[in-house]
Design a protein around this ligand. Structure first.
Ligand code: ZN
Length: 140
């Protein structure tokens, strides 16, 4: 568990290469909110999924083939939603960890800090806009 403000102390301290303490703090808040939103969404999905299963067990006896087919599809969709949410929650958690370690948000291409504004929109971005478009041009 991260203690509020414990990571950033002293004036002018930089926890990430070339990024100000204010920016790090700003990103921490954004990532934290994101993590909490995903965590809540995941818990909700788990509860929904559980309900779905209970209903299924309840009326499995009278099922015909078509019915159980659509239930399987419904269950598959619910399972893949859970997996997606879990994945995104893990990403947010990892980002928070890396932010605390000072390894979050630096471009894989040029090693400069990715602008905080970009990270707020795309928290899992690993390159700055310039390097991303260079890569895309190369790939395309
Ligand atoms: Zn770059």
């Amino acid at each position: 568990m991260l203690v509020n403000g414990a990571v950033i102390t002293g004036k002018g301290s930089e926890t990430a290469k070339g990024r100000s303490a204010e920016e790090v703090e700003q990103l921490r808040v954004v990532l934290r909110e994101r993590f909490e939103a995903l965590d809540a969404e995941y818990s909700l999905a788990v509860a929904e999924n559980h309900k779905l299963r209970l209903v299924e067990i309840g009326d499995a006896a009278g099922d015909d083939q078509a019915d159980s087919g659509s239930k399987t599809a419904e269950r598959d969709a619910a399972t893949s939603l859970l997996r997606t949410l879990l994945d995104r929650r893990e990403q947010a958690e990892l980002a928070l960890q890396r932010l605390a370690e000072g390894t979050y948000g630096n471009c894989e291409g040029c090693a400069k800090p990715i602008p905080a504004a970009r990270l707020e929109v795309f928290p899992s971005a690993t390159t700055c806009v310039a390097c991303k478009s260079t890569r895309e041009r190369r790939a395309g």
